[in-house]
Write a protein that binds this ligand. Structure first.
Ligand code: NDP
Length: 540
């Protein structure tokens, strides 16, 4: 196995140009306020709401059980390095069993179930997620390291919203304008050139319903473990597919709790299966001949491997990969609002966000004032215990990721950029990295080109809108971008020219289940969310 947990070691080593790690109470004490403006009393969320078992099994065919060969791996709390549980490591035999269970459930129950009935299960899952929201939020923060404020206010509500939204689609697929039953298809069929929908798959008014694909193999990363599970499962299930989900090695616990919710919702056995494990488990799932559709979110490197593995097999594929988004601030933007957007763009979820605004492009005439206000704002961000409700910046998810952020930041300094972090004591144990800003960044520097996936911002400047577009598009990625200006016409002008799947205007990191999300080029292909996201799970 990849053994990322095994590579986790002690606290972050002090970096050149930043303050040395000092005790800050660890994840059980006070949250370390970077600024001296206010002292915050600790406001920890109670851990008691979650009961973490010593061991977790695989979720196959409606039941939890050990891996066939009995192998396990540990999952730990990245804020404290405390071992949380031993989790089953799925091998090839387990993958085969899960795919077989999913196929059986697809053929016998789920694929032929009327959409209105499938909708009831999705709705039930959404309701249970809401009822158990606090439990999910605490568990996510413990296993992932993200602040409770974010898991409570973003991850869990959005996960429930995805199930609610897709529950609404399940009995309306013939109205989505996709595949058999769509307007175009019916017109073609009327000319004798098209194929009507499958016998028996007809909506209330006799329209043919687009067909599901079959068994979906879904591999997700560690940055939004529950939310990514919801992004994958909800549209697949609404469209009538069954699923085998592989969560990331470092964050398996909320996917397993979601499996428990599937049991609680009486979802028929085999409709959702969860295989925990490392990269090898993901590769076995993606390569299994019984999988009809592969959906992957993660690094561009692994996305390319998966593309190669799937090529020529006839499997459908969607890839949601990395990014190096430009957040563009014009001189007419309201500075304080833009600074909040910059902070949200790169420091939300410790910067472990594929669409993070990791390159700030600021118009030269306001560069000084924007960076000055940004420093003031960073000075009052609070880093520390993820379970403390005051915390803005939590722990880095793994030792491996911390090493990557550390190495890329060192490269930024070596290449000549100026590094700045607020005075920010780091807890003694766990994986921590202070919010960091690089100014004087040139487009050729690695910190301007590579996905750092951490709380590190590279600041570049521009003079004209044309230059902003050229610099923003100077990346192999194309996932997202932000524009800050008071002129609506300029927003539209920029949005037409930015080569990014999502462009936010005067806001950043806004997500909605009805809105398609996805990228171009090295950021992958296919969309998740909205009608476009459904298309990825239908024969359309
Ligand atoms: P990966 O792309 O390796 O992991 C994503 C998921 O794919 C995990 O479930 C992983 O399992 C699984 N996986 C790994 N190898 C394979 C394979 N060959 N076939 C099928 N599935 C596989 O991301 P990492 O966690 O290793 O992070 C590495 C870098 O990727 C980060 O530093 C970051 O830059 C970037 N990243 C980008 C994300 C994004 O959304 N854009 C998300 C996560 C990472 P396991 O966890 O067990 O290895």
């Amino acid at each position: 196995m990849a053994g990322k947990r095994g590579q986790r070691g002690g606290a972050a080593a002090p970096q050149a140009g930043e303050v040395a790690a000092q005790p800050a109470g660890g994840a059980t004490g006070r949250t370390a306020s970077a600024g001296a403006a206010w002292e915050y009393a600790p406001a920890p969320e109670s851990r008691e709401i979650v009961s973490i078992s010593a061991e977790y099994g695989l979720f196959i065919d409606g039941d939890f059980g050990p891996a066939a060969d009995g192998r396990q791996f540990p999952t730990i709390n990245p804020a404290t390095e405390e071992p949380l549980a031993q989790v089953a490591l799925a091998g090839e035999a387990d993958t085969g069993r899960a795919v077989t269970a999913a196929r059986r459930a697809y053929e016998r129950v789920w694929g032929s179930m009327p959409g209105a009935e499938r909708a009831k299960y999705l709705y039930r899952i959404a309701r249970i997620l809401q009822e158990r929201a606090r439990e999910f939020a605490v568990l996510e923060s413990i296993d992932n390291g993200k602040p409770i404020r974010e898991s409570r206010d973003v991850d869990v509500p959005l996960a429930a919203a995805h199930f609610f939204y897709h529950a609404g689609w399940a009995d309306k697929l013939e109205f989505a304008g996709l595949g058999p039953g769509s307007r175009a298809d019916r017109a073609a069929a009327a000319d004798g050139a098209g194929e009507p929908g499958p016998a028996g798959a007809r909506g209330a008014d006799g329209r043919a319903v687009p067909r599901p694909l079959g068994v979906a193999g879904q591999v997700i990363p560690w940055n939004f473990p529950l939310l990514m599970a919801a992004w994958k499962l909800a549209p697949a299930l609404a469209a009538g597919n069954t699923c085998v989900l592989k969560p990331a090695e470092t964050t398996p616990l909320t996917a397993l709790l979601l499996a428990e919710v599937c049991q609680q919702a009486d979802l028929p056995p085999g409709v959702v299966n969860v295989l925990t494990g490392a990269g090898g488990t993901g590769a076995a799932l993606v390569g299994h001949p019984g999988v009809d559709k592969v959906a992957f979110t993660g690094s561009t490197e692994v996305g390319k491997e998966i593309s190669r593995a799937v090529a020529g097999t006839g499997k459908r594929l969607t890839l949601e990969l990395g990014g190096k988004a430009a957040n563009v601030v014009f001189d007419d933007a309201p500075v304080d609002q833009a600074v909040e957007g910059i902070v949200n763009g790169i420091f939300f979820n410790q910067g472990h966000v594929c669409c993070a605004g990791s390159r700030l492009l600021v118009q030269e005439s306001v560069a000084d004032i924007v960076t000055e206000r940004l420093r003031d704002r960073l000075a009052v961000l609070r880093l520390g215990d993820p379970l403390d409700k005051n915390t803005d910046i939590g722990a880095i998810n793994s030792r491996e990721q911390l090493d990557k952020i550390t190495a890329l930041s060192a490269a930024g300094e070596a290449e000549g950029a100026q590094r700045w972090s607020p005075p920010c004591p780091l807890p003694e144990r766990g994986y921590w990295f202070p919010p960091t800003v690089f100014t004087g960044v040139s487009q050729s520097y690695r910190i301007a080109r590579e996905e750092i996936f951490g709380p590190v911002l590279s600041v570049l400047t521009f003079r004209t809108p044309e230059e902003a577009v050229t610099k923003a598009n100077n990346t192999p990625y194309g996932l997202s971008a932000g524009v800050w200006t008071e002129k609506g016409s300029r927003i539209l002008w920029m949005a037409q020219r930015l080569r990014a799947g999502v462009v936010w205007a005067n806001t950043y990191n806004r997500f909605d289940p009805a809105s398609p999300f996805g990228g171009y080029r090295e950021s992958g292909f296919g969309r998740e969310g909205g009608r476009h996201g459904l298309a990825a799970y239908l024969d359309a």
